[in-house]
Design a protein around this ligand. Structure first.
Ligand code: BGC
Length: 762
């Protein structure tokens, strides 16, 4: 894959066709793409016609080539045409040798897909995907994926298992770290950006890799956030929420999808033909391939759907899993075909889907990788993108009395305290197989590099890990705090506390961290908490004991440099929450786009458990949808994030009172920076459909824009809203646009209160 020739490449031939766009009955057809697709399809079919059933089934297998599985034995499999893909091999010389065997020593010379979890960077690590979503900056997210793709491709990887596009409303779930959060619109925008970054404009170029939207579908709704647990999602909610980002990924040209481990409404996703045949193929027209998750075909019997691997292979293959990852169940396919249980057509379709992907990647022309043709790993550009992503991902949740930014000239000494202040590995977060912790700039280093010359810095780790309850150096921490002008406490979760199979039932700060906060507080100095974590945490028990909170997620390689810049005001915070932060775990699931219910709560209808009047009748409790001990609002809502400036929204307007179905309306508002410093605000558009054929959410995000403004500068932020953007799946689960009344809000979070009404008319 080292060449980058113009035109479309089909099996050794470079087809050079001038791009001609013609308009036929109002449809613009790109002739070169259409002809290239036809040629590719022809070549796929020619190849398929020569393949034995063994060779076809071979393409449907992906073998583990890592974790103690020496790749040597794969050579024989390749010679025999028994393997279509591998994963977890990042040694470029061995990959090239395996490609050579596949091309030169197998009967049909079909190259190999080389997969790897490149989730948020390769050697250079970007913030976790949840942190990247907090940037609300798809262009930056695309750049990050481009950096990751380039570094990974230089190691022989041509396929990543990303982006993860599972909407999730449960911060207990460890894999929320990998997701873009609770909202289908924001998740879709992030998914598309990552796919563009990984796949680029030319998939056959040497530095682009195939993307994989996962986990299809519903994985993020695991019961109680316990990884791999069952999901029950009514079809209407599935379509209106969970499937949306997958549809966006398919529309953006994602090459592959991964079936989820989880059970969906009684049929595990890996054997779910509703998902993979009806929705993905028939409704969406996807022509790439679906890979199982790790051994998830075999697991169909563990779920209790089948009696054993043979039946599992039958269920998965007929439901539409084209390739089995790291399992042996597909060894039964040959028998199933011989017995007439699976038709050859099913196998041919799967193999076509896989071959198409290999052609599109240009692997038939040149699957070899020459690392010398790639830019250096962790080069200046890569580190700059990683730093910018970290900067924009940080969300300021609290800033009492403007304690931040710290003023260099007034702060002569800073105590840097906490288990995550100088933890180069922990700040990288989950899924960093290839991440290089020696590149990490920690928080302590970032502060030293920025102000170390003028400011005295004392560092106390205070706890060996974020989970420690014993061996805690409270006294040293207190002393350091007492002797300094300000305290920066680096708290949160070490990386192993989030990610796959790392769910938590209690999402408070783990270990003795809350006690550490209170101990340090006693010193009477300004306390700034910088929190590094793979999920939203419940911070109710410490929020009043700190003056400021910067929520930095797991920020990756350049996290410490970004944090220091924000602490000292070199840059301002501009991140906004991609997920609601509950007050306490019992509120989960809590998300902004809830339905109204028949008894909606308001501040007037709720009462706190401590305020219940012992003499009042029961009914005075308000009879609305709230918790006696937590109310009905999160601690911080979706879309929230503070700035060193302040922003005022005003003069919201709709371009017309009515919009006809099929047309566009513009919703706009005036936005002014009313603060003293230049800053970036993310303006957000929310819409409510007041009456629907099925009940509609209280609000849905429909647009967002990052806007940079100087002090006192004002602008009009405008959002174009087509009535298609208001479509939803109705009672019969078809997509409809209903005439009726709508409200729209523009503001700085999902609690925006600047509202305008409009109507959709026939
Ligand atoms: C995960 C996938 C991942 C795969 C390969 C599985 O356990 O669920 O997301 O891509 O492993 O590493």
């Amino acid at each position: 894959m080292t060449t980058n020739t113009p035109g479309s490449k089909v099996s050794g031939l470079t087809v050079l066709i001038a791009t001609v766009a013609v308009t036929i009955f109002n449809m613009t057809v790109n002739i070169s793409d259409a002809v290239a697709d036809d040629l590719m399809e022809k070549r796929v079919n020619e190849l398929l016609a020569q393949m034995s059933i063994e060779e076809k089934i071979g393409q449907m297998r992906q073998a583990n080539a890592g974790y103690g599985h020496p790749p040597e034995y794969l050579g024989d499999n390749l010679r025999a045409g028994e393997l279509g893909a591998i994963l977890n091999l990042v040694d470029v010389e061995t990959v090239n040798e395996l490609q050579r065997i596949a091309l030169e020593e197998s009967r049909l010379g079909i190259p190999l897909l080389v997969g790897r979890d490149v989730i948020h960077g390769f050697k250079t690590v970007l913030p976790i995907p949840l942190g990247q979503a907090a940037t609300w900056n798809p262009d930056l997210v695309e750049k990050g994926a481009r950096v990751a793709a380039t570094e990974a491709a230089s190691h022989g990887v041509n396929w990543t298992f990303a982006p993860m596009v599972d909407v999730t409303r449960d911060p207990r779930w460890g894999r929320i770290a990998e997701s873009p959060g609770e909202d289908p619109f924001l998740t879709s925008a992030m998914a598309v950006a990552m796919i563009q970054g990984f796949q680029g404009d030319d998939l056959a170029a040497g530095d682009t890799i195939a993307a994989c939207a996962k986990h299809f579908a519903g994985y993020g709704a695991a019961e109680s956030g316990r990884d791999y647990a069952t999901t029950n999602i009514p079809e209407n909610e599935l379509r209106n929420v969970y499937l949306k980002p997958f549809k966006a990924a398919v529309d953006a040209g994602v090459m592959t999808l991964m079936a989820s481990f989880s059970d969906l409404n009684g049929v595990p996703a890996t054997g779910n033909s509703f998902l993979m045949r009806q929705v993905l193929r028939d409704e969406w027209g996807f022509d790439g391939f679906v890979v199982s998750d790790w051994d998830s075909v075999h697991q169909l019997s563990v779920h209790g759907l089948t009696e054993g691997d043979r039946e599992s292979a039958y269920e998965a293959a007929t439901a539409g899993v084209d390739m089995e990852m790291a399992g042996k169940a597909y060894d039964h396919i040959q028998d199933l075909v011989a017995d007439g249980r699976i038709s050859v057509d099913v196998i041919d379709t799967a193999v076509r889907n896989i071959l198409r992907t290999k052609f599109r990647l240009g692997l038939f022309d040149d699957p070899y990788v020459n690392p010398d043709e790639f830019p250096a790993i962790a080069n200046e550009h890569a580190l700059q993108v990683a730093k910018q992503a970290a900067l924009e991902s940080i969300v300021m949740l609290r800033n009492e009395n403007g304690v931040l930014p710290l003023q260099k000239d007034r702060i002569e000494s800073v105590a840097v305290i906490g288990p995550l202040a100088d933890a180069p590995y922990e700040q990288l977060g989950t899924w960093i197989f290839d991440g290089d912790k020696s590149l990490s700039v920690t928080g302590l280093e970032g502060i030293q590099n920025l102000v170390g010359g003028d400011t005295e810095i004392s560092y106390v780790r205070a706890m060996p890990t974020s989970r420690s309850r014993a061996d805690v150096q409270f006294e040293e921490a207190y002393e350091a705090a007492r002797e300094s002008d300000a305290v920066v406490l680096f708290l949160g979760e070490e990386s192993i506390l989030s990610g796959e199979a790392h769910s938590r039932a209690d999402i408070n700060l783990p270990g003795a961290q809350a006690e550490l906060v209170r101990e340090v507080r006693k010193a009477g100095k300004p306390v700034i908490a910088v929190i590094l974590a793979g999920r939203p945490l419940t911070l109710t028990n410490i929020v009043d004991d700190v003056d400021a909170i910067l929520f930095a997620w797991h920020p990756g390689t350049m996290g410490g440099a970004a944090i220091a810049d924000i602490l000292f005001g070199v840059e301002g915070p501009s991140g906004k929450l991609p997920v609601s932060f509950p007050r306490m775990v019992g509120q989960i699931p809590i998300y902004y786009s809830q339905k109204n219910t028949g008894k909606p709560p308001t501040p007037e209808t709720i009462v706190h458990i401590d305020d219940i009047d012992p003499f009042a009748p029961q009914t005075s409790l308000g009879m609305s949808a709230f918790h006696l001990d937590a109310g009905f609002q999160p601690l911080w809502e979706f879309g929230f994030g503070l700035s060193y400036a302040s922003f005022e929204y005003d003069e919201i307007a709709a371009s017309a009172a009515d919009v006809r179905v099929g047309e566009t309306i513009t919703i706009s508002a005036k936005l002014r920076n009313s603060g003293d410093v230049p800053a970036t605000e993310t303006a957000q558009l929310y819409v409510r459909d007041l009456v629907g054929n099925v009940t509609r959410p209280l609000r849905e995000l429909k647009g967002f824009k990052r806007v940079r403004l100087e002090p006192n500068e004002a602008t009009r932020v405008e959002f174009q809203l087509h009535t298609d953007d208001l479509a939803f799946f109705g009672r019969d689960n078809t997509l409809i646009v209903e005439p009726g009344d709508f409200h729209a809000w523009i503001g700085g979070s999902s609690n925006a209160d600047l509202k305008v009404a409009f109507r959709v008319v026939d």
